[in-house]
Design a protein around this ligand. Structure first.
Ligand SMILES: [Mn+2]
Length: 315
């Protein structure tokens, strides 16, 4: 613990006293990638990220580190499921890249970014600390964000609506374990059917129906959340939870309600940002990295004609 604290030259840990010397043998306390200096960061007014799931193999830590190193903002909201306490409880998993993320967030707070952490259902153990402030990180159950052009947005993780969605909740798992299990089952079922002389049974047909249900579930969820925001008199809502980045507008009684979902860092690798004029955008970080790679290709070989394959790649 101590040696990685020493690496943080800007840190002042004098107030920690002996706490800094406590053994944390289970935790990999090393950096794999210290925060680089001199990167030209894209500055936003606000950044929202959620569903990082630190402590699981699913977390796309490298992408998130790259995002954190290339961006900055006045305010950053961590909209829940940042740390996956459920999974950590079952199996301890904490690679050094996950430390890199925690330290980057703490350093951001130290540099002056206002950081609001709204725990989700996977990190609900932090909800008991609502109202407290750790290392400059404010813990809230939900928040209201005022955009620079005067819109008021309700910010919450979004699992609050699971009860409302309960009847359709199981459908949300279709894209995950149920689908994988079904695929395995499909192989088994058809082996048995073949042995019995029965024709092939198509899973894809069944899966298509289920996926359609999942799409309907997501659409319904978005509507339920937006409606709840509308009832609270705000102009919109920002949430996470369902791992589906989306920007939508709903009309309830003639009033428009914005729905923003900041996606996740497991598959989508999305962030939601507010620009300095109040306009908002969902950023797909894989696209940003791809664009940067193309740009640096050209910078290295300036005289090179754009090749056919690159054209195709760009399209
Ligand atoms: Mn969640």
């Amino acid at each position: 613990m101590t040696d990685f604290m020493l690496q943080d030259k800007s840190g002042d840990f004098s107030d920690l006293g002996n706490v800094a010397n406590l053994p944390v043998s289970q935790i990999n306390s090393r950096f794999s990638a210290p925060e680089p200096e001199g990167i030209n960061r894209t500055k936003y007014r606000t950044i929202w990220i959620s569903d990082v799931h630190l402590g699981t193999k699913g977390c796309n830590a490298e992408m998130l580190i790259d995002f954190l190193d290339h961006t900055d903002s006045d305010v950053m909201y961590l909209v829940g499921d940042i740390i996956d306490g459920w999974r950590l409880k079952k199996k301890f998993y904490w690679p050094s890249t996950h430390n890199d993320i925690v330290w980057r967030v703490l350093k951001r707070a130290k540099r002056g970014t206002r950081i609001v952490y709204i725990p989700g259902n996977h990190d609900e153990m932090f909800r008991q600390f609502t109202g407290l402030n750790f290392g400059g990180i404010e813990i809230r159950r939900a928040a209201f964000h005022d955009t620079v052009d005067g819109r008021r947005l309700m910010v919450l993780h979004g699992d609050e609506f699971d009860a409302v969605m309960l009847s359709q909740r199981w459908l949300a798992f279709v894209g995950d374990w149920a689908y994988i299990t079904a695929m395995k089952l499909n192989v088994l079922v058809n082996a048995v059917r073949k042995a019995m002389g029965l024709p092939y049974w198509s899973l894809s047909k069944a899966a298509k129906h289920k996926v359609k249900n999942a799409v309907e579930f997501i659409g319904k969820y978005e509507e339920v959340v937006a409606k709840a925001a509308g009832e609270r008199g705000v102009d919109g809502v920002v949430c996470g939870h369902i791992h589906t980045a989306e920007a939508r507008e709903f009309e309830f009684g003639g009033k428009t309600v914005e729905y923003w979902n900041d996606g996740d860092w497991v598959e989508g690798c999305n962030a939601l940002v507010e620009h300095h004029d109040g306009s908002m955008e969902i950023i797909n970080w894989a696209d940003v990295i791809a664009a940067r790679a193309r740009h640096s290709d050209r910078a290295v070989v300036p005289d090179q004609e754009p090749s056919e394959s690159r054209e195709q790649e760009a399209a």
